[in-house]
Write a protein that binds this ligand. Structure first.
Ligand SMILES: Nc1ncnc2c1ncn2[C@@H]1O[C@H](COP(=O)(O)OP(=O)(O)O)[C@@H](O)[C@H]1O
Ligand SMILES: [Mg+2]
Length: 1108
């Protein structure tokens, strides 16, 4: 349960008097002294702050300090006025409780400074913004203005507030300041005309004279020299450490910030100047006939100047200082004033002028700083009222001031001591009564409506007849004699009869803070606060806006015979209002103590402090705190605040709040003596315990915040993750698609390339084949075309020539005819008839020609060479052309009748012509022969059946040839068979196959140019058939055989066409040797054909009979 706090750590003495051990007045003072000596000027008694005036500036009001105390627990840090201000401000802002800060203490104890510190702290921590800053600035700047006019140097304090001030600062729900209201209480106006020894008048007089520019002073008709003014005491005109001139500038600036207009400031300064002038007006007696002295203004210069300043008619004011008009019912009696009365009137005017000016200033400031918005607001009141005063010579003012302090003490007692005890009783908490002095009796002595001192003073003032201070004292002596706190020499109470410290013209009151001896002199006057009506009327007549406002009772329309309320009555009423106001608010106490009477920073006058501690009731305060409990709170808010500290109460507690708090406390193992359960509240004895709870709560809140943060962060991250995951899937899908697409395209492209290569290759192969085929076809066609072409052209040339000649003849003839006809008929025809006749004639001729031609067309046989002769030579070309066309058409017709076989026969014939025409003399004889092929009718003739079956291919040619014997050149008959694949030689008689040579083994065929049937079949060297050697054969159908062989080789795709060698000398390979076959022209044919003879080993000679 040990909780470390800054309040308790490293402490000088103890920070909270409640923790003082042992508790006695000595230890209390010792603690204060120790702390004071270590510059610890603040000490707590529970929530009350004791503040010792350090009389020097300490570095504890810096912005860093403000931050340090901001939003911190009250007991968390070492005691400071900021902790109290923070507590009050937060309680106002967060719990919606109006606050008041009650600052009490003697004059010079540091109340005003404390109030400024509180205000500046609140200004520093509350909201910011242009509007808010303006409000703050105005609130803060109201201080220098009021201090200049309401503070003065006294023997106790160089800057003593001579008025009471209560300021309500208003905040909105956010805690931003909205504005404020200042109430002022009884300015000590007697100071305007007279100051005790060693004291000064109000600061403003000195500030104006030292700080204003020469020009301003001239305008105000003032002189810078203080000594020129009667109202300014001279012995302490300047205060050490105070720069009046600089302060004047500060005040002017502050007035501007608060919102004073320049003409308002001028008016105020004029009034201040007027007061100074007023003090300089002096009077002299002037004897009157009735023997009485009448006062006269001595030197009228000051009067004149003052009247000029305020716009008053000099004579009016002058008269008001010499006469006084007393109105009784309807009568008006004018009496003269003696010199003393004139001085009294002058001073009364000065005091009234100044105090009314001061009140006007407060009203004017309020106008500026009042909250603009009409919304509900929270209020923090700061009370800085003059402290308890005991002077050598105490008068009405001290009486009033001390009465006010009595009331404040009363409210302190009410709220802290009595309330506390009563609450314990109410709550049923065991309580040992603490004796304390209740000053209610003193308050009663002063303010009792029936026989209180103020009531009696009023009674005296209002009583007809002679009223003096003595009569007032007599009355007091009579009525209050029995009162314990009232002492007077002449009272019935005999024990004071011999008390020489008690003069006859005085009375003494035992205030809570000590006995004060009051001189009765002046009480009646001051209470009456009389200002002769002539004076107020004179003021009202002034040609000066502000003065007029200040003296409304001077208005003739407002003649009021009723006496104005007395000063005492007014004060009592306003104090009453103040007390009621304070009671509605949550009080925060600052109890100021001055350490010495010398304004010294290092002296701790024990007796003086002890006295203050006693009358402030601080010891009782501590005792009550210690006997009782430092902290209490209703169960509901307590449970609400701390329920998170226990699992059973968090997050919801179902039962009654008290039970919940009990569970909570036992769960937290708080020692039983540390708390007590009241009827509606829990009481916690020690602040430590409270702080322990607070600390636990803070930690718990942190943990909860961390938990929330954790869950939130987790949720956020998860969301982010899921989003990313989703996106990643999309991205991946897209990427894969893209990659696959790319891959596919690549493959597709490659496939296309490969395909195109393969197709290209195939196509080229096919193209090659087709081209070859086509070339072959084209070659045949071209050859035929050239052949036909040549023939046709030759024919055409001839025909053309013929036609030309005929045409020439016709033309000549026609011309001749025409000439003749024209000669003959010239005389009958007109010029162009000749041409028509010519055309007609030509047409007729052509018509006749066509008809004739049709009739005489030759036969359809292509070999028919007949053609009708031409009738006219001019038709020569046409005639030949028509013959050609007709022949072509006839040939086409003829060809179209051909069967496939016949076509093949003709193709063969054509081939034979290509091979042999004009190359071999045998050829012409073959043209008329039809190429029959099978001359032996091999498949019909039973003789050749065996042979036929031996040859499995279709036989293309079968004939009998003679095979030339290589030895003697004699021929022996052989059957020659040609199939698609081979050449077969067989015995003529037996039909037995002698040799079968595959066509592939044939290298070439050699024939002579002569009219013979010899041919050599040459075999390819190295082939299987070549072993036996080449064949030398002879046949009459040589042309047909060679042509067929050639054609077979040409149609065979994988063979080169057979080479046909036509020459009269060629080599034949017989077995191992080569034999030359030579053809020679023999004698003319004599029956037999060509004969062959072996000449030698190397020569075979063939003699061919000549054809001639
Ligand atoms: N907290 C403080 N720090 C420094 N000086 C202080 C402090 N409080 C008071 N004083 C000094 O004491 C003087 C009197 O204080 P003041 O507040 O005017 O007294 P009071 O208002 O109680 O009469 C101030 O002028 C100032 O010099
Ligand atoms: Mg003060």
């Amino acid at each position: 349960m040990e909780v470390k706090t800054s309040l308790l750590d490293n402490m000088i003495g103890v920070g909270d008097m409640v923790l003082l051990e042992p508790l006695s007045e000595d230890s209390f003072l010792e603690n204060l002294k120790k702390r004071f000596e270590h510059n610890e000027i603040y000490t707590y008694i529970g929530s009350v702050v004791i503040s010792m005036n350090p009389y020097r500036s300490l570095p504890i009001y810096t912005p860093e300090k403000v931050e340090e105390y901001r939003n911190r627990n009250f007991y968390e840090l070492s005691p400071h006025i900021y902790a109290l201000a923070d507590e009050a401000y937060r309680s106002l802002r967060d719990q919606d409780k109006d606050q008041c800060i009650l600052i009490t203490g003697e004059s010079g104890a540091g109340k005003t400074e404390a109030s400024k510190l509180v205000m500046s702290y609140v200004a520093a921590v509350c909201g910011k913004g242009q509007e808010v800053n303006k409000v703050k600035e105005q609130l803060l700047q109201s201080n220098p203005v009021l201090e200049a006019f309401g503070n003065a140097k006294t023997v106790r304090n160089d800057n003593s507030s001579r008025f009471g001030k209560y300021m309500d600062i208003e905040f909105d729900f956010k805690g931003d300041p909205l504005g404020g209201v200042i109430s002022n209480y009884l300015l000590e106006k007697s100071r305007v005309v007279k100051q005790p020894r060693g004291e000064r008048n109000f600061h403003i007089f000195y500030q104006l004279l030292s700080g204003a520019s020469d020009e301003t002073l001239k305008k105000l008709k003032l002189d810078r020299d203080f000594s020129k003014y009667n109202y300014l005491s001279l012995d302490s005109a300047s205060v050490s450490g105070v720069d009046d001139a600089a302060n004047f500038r500060t005040v002017r600036n502050a007035m501007q910030i608060v919102g004073f207009m320049e003409d308002e400031v001028q008016s105020v300064l004029q009034l201040v100047a007027a007061v100074l002038k007023l003090g300089n007006i002096e009077f002299k007696p002037e004897s009157r006939s009735n023997g009485l002295d009448e006062s006269r203004v001595k030197d009228k210069n000051d009067l004149k100047e003052m009247c000029e300043l305020l716009g008053i008619e000099q004579s009016v004011l002058e008269r008001a200082f010499s006469y006084r008009t007393v109105e009784a019912k309807s009568e008006k009696v004018s009496t003269t004033l003696n010199v003393a009365q004139a001085y009294y009137a002058r001073d009364a005017l000065a005091k009234n002028l100044y105090s009314r000016l001061f009140s006007w200033l407060v009203t004017r400031i309020n106008e500026s700083i009042k909250a603009q918005a009409k919304t509900r607001h929270k209020v923090m009141g700061v009370l800085d009222i003059y402290g308890f005063e005991i002077f050598e010579d105490n008068s009405f003012e001290q009486f009033i001031i001390n009465y006010c302090n009595e009331k404040l003490q009363q409210i302190f007692i009410e709220l802290t001591l009595r309330e506390e005890q009563e609450e314990y009783i109410r709550e049923g908490i065991e309580w040992t009564n603490i004796e304390y002095f209740n000053n209610a009796v003193i308050c009663d002595l002063i303010e009792n409506n029936k026989n209180g001192i103020l009531a009696m003073l009023d009674e005296e003032c209002l009583r007809p007849g002679t009223v003096t201070d003595e009569t007032f004292l007599d009355k007091l002596n009579m009525i209050c004699a029995q009162h314990q706190h009232f002492e007077s020499r002449l009272s019935k109470n005999s024990k004071f009869l011999t008390d020489h410290s008690l003069p006859h013209n005085c009375f003494r009151i035992q205030h809570y803070a000590g006995k004060v001896l009051y001189r009765a002199e002046g009480f009646v006057d001051k209470n009456n606060d009389l200002l002769y009506r002539d004076l107020s009327q004179a003021m009202y007549k002034a040609n000066h806006g502000l003065i007029k406002q200040l003296f409304p009772e001077g208005s003739p329309a407002k003649i009021n015979l009723k006496r104005p309320p007395t000063a005492g009555y007014q004060f009592k009423a306003s104090v009453g209002t103040l007390m009621r106001n304070l009671q509605t608010k949550n009080p925060n106490y600052i109890r100021c103590i001055k350490p010495n009477d010398k304004k010294s920073s290092h002296i701790f006058t024990e007796s003086l402090v002890c006295h203050q501690v006693r009358y402030l009731g601080l010891m009782e305060n501590v005792r009550v705190r210690r006997a009782g409990y430092a902290f209490r709170q209703a169960y509901e808010p307590c449970l609400e605040r701390y329920k998170m500290l226990c699992k059973k109460t968090w997050p919801h507690w179902k039962g009654p709040a008290r039970k919940g708090v009990e569970v909570l406390m036992s769960d937290l193992k708080v020692p039983a003596e540390e708390y007590a359960y009241g009827r509606s509240k829990i009481f916690i004895r020690n602040p430590k315990t409270l702080f322990f709870l607070e600390e636990r709560r803070r930690q718990c809140l942190q943990d909860l915040a961390t938990l929330i943060q954790k869950i939130y962060r987790g949720w956020k991250c998860r969301r982010q993750f899921l989003l990313m995951k989703k996106s990643q899937v999309v991205v991946a899908a897209w990427y894969r698609r893209y990659a696959q697409q790319k891959k596919y395209l690549k493959i597709k492209h490659a496939t296309t390339v490969m395909q195109s290569f393969a197709r290209g290759w195939q196509a080229r192969k096919l193209l090659r084949q087709l081209k070859h085929q086509k070339r072959c076809e084209e070659a045949a066609t071209t050859i035929a075309a050239y052949w036909h072409g040549t023939q046709a052209r030759r024919e055409l040339r001839r025909l053309k020539e013929e036609a030309r000649r005929k045409h020439a003849v016709a033309v000549i003839w026609a011309y001749w005819q025409g000439l003749k006809v024209r000669r003959e008929y010239r005389k009958f025809f007109r010029a162009n008839a000749g041409k028509k006749i010519y055309n007609f004639t030509v047409q007729r001729i052509i018509q006749k020609y066509f008809l004739n031609l049709k009739k005489n067309l030759p036969s359809m046989s292509p070999v028919d060479k007949s053609w009708p002769s031409r009738p006219y030579s001019f038709l020569d070309g046409v005639h030949a052309e028509l013959r050609r066309i007709f022949h072509l058409w006839r040939c086409k017709k003829y060809r179209s009748q051909f069967t496939e076989e016949k076509k093949a026969v003709y193709e063969e014939k054509l081939e034979a012509s290509t091979l042999f025409k004009d190359k071999k003399a045998l050829y012409p004889s073959s043209v008329s022969q039809s190429f029959k092929g099978d001359y032996l009718e091999i498949n019909k003739n039973p003789k050749y059946q065996k042979l036929h079956s031996a040859v499995d291919e279709k036989v293309l040619l079968a004939d009998t040839v003679s095979k030339i014997n290589r030895a003697n050149g004699k021929g022996s008959p052989r059957i020659f068979l040609l199939t698609k694949k081979s050449v077969v030689l067989a015995d003529q008689k037996s039909g037995q196959v002698k040799a079968s040579v595959p066509l592939l083994d044939l290298a070439s065929v050699s024939v002579s140019t002569q009219n013979d049937g010899f041919f050599a079949l040459k075999l390819k060297e190295g082939s299987s058939s070549a072993v036996k050697g080449d064949f030398l054969l002879s046949s009459e159908r040589l042309i047909e055989i060679i042509t067929k062989l050639y054609r077979l080789s040409a149609t065979n795709a994988d063979r080169v066409p057979l080479n046909v060698d036509i020459s009269d000398e060629f080599l034949v390979q017989f077995k191992n040797d080569k034999v030359c076959v030579k053809f020679i022209q023999g004698s003319p044919r004599n029956g037999s054909g060509a004969s062959c003879k072996r000449k030698n080993n190397r020569l075979l000679e063939v003699s061919v009979p000549s054809t001639a």
